[in-house]
Design a protein around this ligand. Structure first.
Ligand code: R7I
Ligand code: MG
Ligand code: MG
Length: 303
């Protein structure tokens, strides 16, 4: 499999998953509101904060050849737009940075330990792609990029799980992925990963309701990141659209669970494997492909 196509599959898959998951996110109000924001003026399908922050992360990594926390905070805040559907606390924090406040004084201002939302995990794919050859540097970069908005350890662990899954998918052997994740996690994350292992080993397929109940479908990192890993693995050898359909029916944080599972699925199967007519009308598709290319070439430098 062409490695560069896997990079394309990861980032473009992520954005397409986000755009296709967004109309199904949240309750009646969120879904109603999204109808006004779901397409661009030229009729493309719009992505949400998940992809916007992923693009920001990629651009900043490329510009600084690594994580420059202050520049990244600046970048996240200058891209903020209400119409992308940011998390409520993340929105406050980004607006405060825009007004000149330091992220160091904000990341534990709203919650004592910082946010445990999935906002750090949803934007982590470029860090995985950039550092795919150096796990130690990757762990450090995940902590540095996450803590700007998500200081809570659960949020950072969620980002590490998604990044680790993406890196494993870029390589040839994926059989041991769940075992590797079980060995590097503990507590509630480990308990959920053990559930994933059990489900993948059995032939029975849990319904959307069972998945939501046991792994979660919420906005919290603990209730969405393992869910995304499970769904990417369950649909790994199936059509991309089957994965998306399942996530849309899962309810809850559908855009973000689609974002993270599609990034993992895309890193394994590549962009050429994504057969979906909506791909042709995805907002900023060419720009995202170019970012994936830049990350691919930069990752080669660190081999
Ligand atoms: O994590 P974050 O960037 O949100 C990402 C989500 C994704 O679904 C996106 O698609 C978008 O819709 O938002 O945003 P945060 O605001 O940091 O976290 C999300 C929400 O989780 C917060 O607004 C809180 O409601 C909740 N939350 C907490 N609640 C109590 N105590 C996060 N941390 C805490 C906490 O410590
Ligand atoms: Mg979103
Ligand atoms: Mg979401």
């Amino acid at each position: 499999m062409n490695k560069q196509d896997k990079y394309h599959g990861c980032l473009v898959g992520l954005a397409l998953g986000d755009a296709l998951g967004a109309p199904f996110e949240g309750g009646i109000i969120e879904r109603f509101l999204w109808k006004f924001f779901s397409t661009t003026k030229t009729g493309e399908i719009r992505y949400t904060d998940d992809t916007q922050m992923t693009i920001d992360t990629a651009q900043s990594l490329i510009a600084y050849q690594g994580i420059n926390q202050d520049a990244l905070a600046e970048h996240y805040s200058s891209s903020y737009q209400f119409s992308r559907g940011y998390g409520a606390t993340a929105a406050k924090l980004l607006k405060a940075i825009k007004k000149g406040q330091d992220w160091r004084n904000l990341n534990t201002k709203y919650f004592k330990d910082g946010s445990y939302g999935n906002g750090a995990a949803m934007r982590i794919a470029p860090v995985a792609l950039f550092y795919s050859h150096n796990s130690r540097l990757m762990q450090h970069a995940i902590e540095q990029s996450s803590v700007i908005t998500h200081a809570h350890p659960d949020a950072i662990t969620g980002a590490k799980i998604i990044a680790q899954a993406i890196v494993i998918m870029l390589k040839d052997k994926q059989e041991t992925i769940v075992q590797q994740l079980i060995e590097t996690n503990d507590n509630e994350y480990k308990r959920k990963l053990l559930q994933v292992k059990k489900w993948l080993e059995n032939t029975g397929k849990p319904t959307t309701k069972e998945v939501a109940k046991k792994l979660g479908n919420g906005i919290e990192a603990i209730n969405s990141t393992v869910t995304a890993v499970y769904l990417a693995l369950r649909f790994l050898n199936q059509d991309f659209n089957e994965l998306i359909k399942f996530v849309q029916n899962l309810k809850g944080d559908t855009d973000t669970i689609a974002t993270m599972s599609s990034a993992i699925w895309g890193a394994k199967n590549g962009l050429k494997a994504i057969k979906n007519p909506q791909l042709q009308i995805l907002e900023s598709k060419q720009k995202i492909i170019k970012l994936a290319d830049a990350l691919y070439y930069l990752s080669l430098k660190s081999v």
